[in-house]
Design a protein around this ligand. Structure first.
Ligand code: CTP
Ligand code: CA
Length: 218
């Protein structure tokens, strides 16, 4: 008989992950989007399953296969992602990896024509899903965010940690070619300080994160 996984570190835990971009419609054929492949979030969901967790993965539009054993909910917009996250609570651990669009517009029902001139887009702020969880009555016991930064990486991540009432922020230095690639440069920012991780594959970042999570809840 095949050996069952003996990694039981997250058995009985519900892990909630967001991944990918969101798409905010402008008209039936155009969207406002973020550059995110979803690879890091999907790798984290897969690593959490491997450690025995029950995993809910709320995914924006990406072209990635669902990792085995993951309960995947597909969404398009930030509002849909926020609703899916709220609907998935309670969770023991939430890891917000998605690159959520910060702004949306009221979409046109019909396709905008270029000869009508530049569209007059009225931007509205989207809900901040991580910050909402930080203040939620069902706040996950361990709340983790990402921060993709091109400059002042740790300072920006530290302010997000405080502003969003997260426990950890994985600051990702995206200067260069990280977006869409297979590797990440992470600085783990917590109230206790900063830990610099070696540049690693997204799979290795995921399993290292799961190691940290398992340690911190044991
Ligand atoms: N996030 C979220 N909902 C949003 C925006 C961001 O849940 N509407 C989460 C991301 O998933 C990530 C963290 O917040 O875990 C940081 O996202 P980021 O875009 O870096 O932060 P912002 O607060 O939007 O700041 P910025 O102006 O740098 O984009
Ligand atoms: Ca943002």
């Amino acid at each position: 008989t095949p050996a069952l996984s003996n990694d039981q570190r997250l058995v009985g835990k519900h892990v909630l992950v967001t991944a990918g971009p969101t798409h905010e419609p402008i008209d039936p054929v155009r969207v406002i989007a973020n550059k995110s492949s979803g690879k890091q979030g999907f790798a984290i969901a897969a690593a959490a399953v491997k450690a025995g967790a029950r995993v809910t993965l709320v995914a924006g539009p990406v072209s990635l296969a669902t990792p085995a054993g993951v309960n995947r909910i597909d969404v398009q917009t930030a509002n849909e992602m926020a609703d899916a996250v709220a609907g998935a609570l309670p969770a023991d651990i939430a890891i917000m990896v998605a690159a959520v669009a910060d702004w949306r517009v009221a979409p046109s029902d019909v396709k905008l024509k270029k000869d009508a001139g530049a569209p007059d887009l009225q931007f509205e702020r989207n809900p901040d899903i991580l910050a909402t969880l930080g203040e939620h009555p069902e706040r996950p016991g361990l709340l983790i965010g990402f921060a993709a930064e091109t400059n002042d990486v740790v300072a920006n991540a530290t302010s997000k940690l405080e502003r969003k009432k997260a426990d950890w922020i994985l600051a990702n230095d995206v200067s260069g070619d990280v977006m869409g690639g297979d590797r990440n440069r992470i600085h783990l920012v917590t109230a206790d300080g900063v830990e610099d991780w070696d540049e690693a594959s997204k799979a290795d970042v995921a399993s290292h994160l799961i190691d940290k999570i398992a340690e911190s809840i044991s």
